[in-house]
Design a protein around this ligand. Structure first.
Ligand code: CAA
Length: 258
């Protein structure tokens, strides 16, 4: 991998977008490498949490790579959008929990990458925005879809139409960010959160992720039914037996993730 770094330690995979000279802008090579890494991590049952962050101290990801995009024709533009959408959907739907550790600019494709993660944790230096219309294009890595689902249609439209860049506090206020920490604390806190999630029944966490993601794409009655199916499925797992037995015996559960 030339554009990303992958570190795996104690059940946590860390993927670092590593193009600091262009503020970690996503070109198609980087997207392809990210796609390969996500596939490998998804298939590795020993990994329970994925953390995505950006190299250097200035940016998470400052968007799609404008130098690569500037000469694209319509078909190539569409192809680039479909490539990124597929990789980001793979992150959204992977069995593990994905956390974006947003350490600086998360603009355009960078904001969109963070939104494909389950949880966004930002440093006080983080800045979010969808500046695409400044360039005469629309958001194309699913920002027109994930942003309104996260912050509501009105606020999403305002951010996209005005291209206003917002700081971490404002991102927290509108519900785009889950937590904010000082830059030096960011990775420590993200790893603490990862370990807390990993101490739970990981199979149940995966199923809960699927229930939220898939249920939100269904009509309400179908989603309730789907939730009940998933709830029922939990009773076929060892973790359910262990979790409830441990509660009754007043001890810590020893989950196996199956
Ligand atoms: N693509 C390519 N290169 C980029 C880039 C991007 N998205 N963002 C920054 N860079 C490069 C700059 O060109 C610059 O390179 P050089 O040193 O070779 O000149 C380097 O990164 C450092 O950037 P700046 O000198 O501009 O740094 P700054 O601190 O003055 O400004 C910034 C930082 C406000 C983030 C500014 O770089 C900027 O506005 N970047 C573009 C942000 C943007 O428009 N992103 C959306 C892209 S479109 C998109 O993402 C579409 C989509 O939906 C997928």
């Amino acid at each position: 991998m030339e554009n990303i770094i992958v570190k795996i330690e104690e059940g946590i995979a860390e993927v670092i977008i590593n193009r600091p000279k262009s503020l970690n802008a996503l070109n198609s090579e980087t997207l392809k490498e990210l796609g390969i890494a996500i596939k490998q991590i998804s298939e590795n049952r020993d990994i329970k949490v994925l953390i995505i962050t950006g190299a250097g101290n200035k940016a998470f990801v400052a968007g799609a790579d404008i130098t690569e995009m500037k000469d694209l024709n319509a078909a190539q533009g569409r192809e680039l959008a479909r490539l990124a959408q597929k990789v980001f959907s793979d992150i959204e739907n992977m069995p593990q929990v994905a956390i974006a550790a947003v350490n600086g600019y998360a603009l355009g494709g960078g904001c969109e990458l963070s939104m494909a993660c389950d949880i966004r944790v930002a440093s006080t230096k983080a800045k979010f925005g969808q500046p695409e219309v400044n360039l005469g294009i629309t958001p194309g890595f699913a920002g027109t879809q994930r942003l309104p689902r996260l912050v509501g249609k009105g606020v999403a439209k305002e951010l996209i139409f005005t291209t206003d860049m917002i700081d971490a506090k404002e991102a927290y206020r509108i519900g785009l960010v889950n937590k904010i920490y000082e830059p030096e604390e960011l990775m420590i806190k993200v790893k603490e959160m990862s370990k807390k999630i990993m101490s739970k029944g990981s199979y149940a966490v995966s199923l809960a992720k699927a229930a939220v993601n898939n249920g939100m794409n269904m009509d309400t009655e179908s989603a309730y039914n789907y939730e009940a199916d998933i709830f029922g499925l939990c009773f076929a797992t060892e973790d359910q037996k262990e979790g409830m037995k441990a509660f009754v015996e007043k001890r810590q559960a020893n989950f196996k993730g199956c």
